[in-house]
Write a protein that binds this ligand. Structure first.
Ligand SMILES: C[S@@+](CC[C@H](N)C(=O)[O-])C[C@H]1O[C@@H](n2cnc3c(N)ncnc32)[C@H](O)[C@@H]1O
Length: 216
């Protein structure tokens, strides 16, 4: 798949799952949000951006749980995902790709925290995006990239295998790649096991039928 085909298949995927996205990821959010809160260590005065923010569920939680004074910038190119984000509290949705967003000189040194959960693998130009993210951080600010590296269910293992053969040209920014990019500042990498996700069998089958996860 070339980059254009990849982009349009990503758009189609999120168009089809947008309506049920929060329901599909409810258990994932329950396990992950306490971890995000701990890592982000937010202060009410922080200016926060969520890149690849989807429906804005995470951003709304960060806003409410930390009592932020300013809305969280939610950057996502999908109109359907952003439609839900517009209905939430404490968000400032920006319908752009990460590439478009970071190329705007107006956002230089604006953010105290930037989070990107399960979206960096969609970046068309990860090198430009990561450098842009560094430019958009204020002194003392930091960026957190969150990726799921393993899901216990065997279904995901075979899906990962198939995907790595059919999407060879898609760059997954790994800690090693980030190190090689010569970004300013420190980079650290941590693997965390979140609490076990429990979903009923009927819900899991519904998730699979709806192809809730793009690799399935
Ligand atoms: C798996 S979802 C994650 C959504 C959200 N971070 C969450 O965890 O609920 C990935 C999101 O990345 C967005 N996305 C796709 N291509 C993107 C790009 N080039 N720049 C930024 N976001 C992108 C999709 O529209 C989708 O909403």
């Amino acid at each position: 798949m070339n980059k254009r085909q990849e982009k349009s298949s990503t758009e189609d995927h999120y168009r089809s799952v947008a309506e049920k996205f929060d329901y599909f990821y409810q258990e994932y959010y329950e396990g992950h949000i306490p971890v995000f809160m701990k890592w982000l260590d937010l202060k009410p005065s922080n200016i926060v951006a969520d890149i690849g923010s989807g429906t804005g569920f995470i951003a709304e939680q960060l806003y409410e749980l930390s009592g932020l004074n300013n809305p969280v910038w939610c950057v996502d190119p999908s109109a359907e995902m952003q439609e839900t984000a517009w209905q939430r509290t404490g968000l400032y949705p920006v319908q752009k790709t990460a590439e478009e967003f970071v190329s705007d000189p107006e956002i230089s040194q604006v953010f105290d925290r930037i989070i990107c959960a399960s979206a960096t693998h969609h970046f068309i130009d990860p090198d430009a995006v990561f450098k842009g993210i560094v430019r958009s951080l204020r002194p003392g600010g930091f960026f957190i990239q969150v990726n799921t590296v393993a899901v216990g269910h065997p279904m995901f293992k075979s899906a990962e295998k198939i995907c790595s053969t059919c999407r060879k040209n898609v760059v997954k920014p790994t800690p090693r790649l980030l190190q090689e990019m010569n970004l300013q500042g420190k980079i650290s990498h941590q693997e965390v096991t979140t609490s076990t996700m429990t979903v009923t069998k009927s819900k899991l089958y519904e998730m699979f039928r709806c192809r809730y996860y793009e690799l399935v």
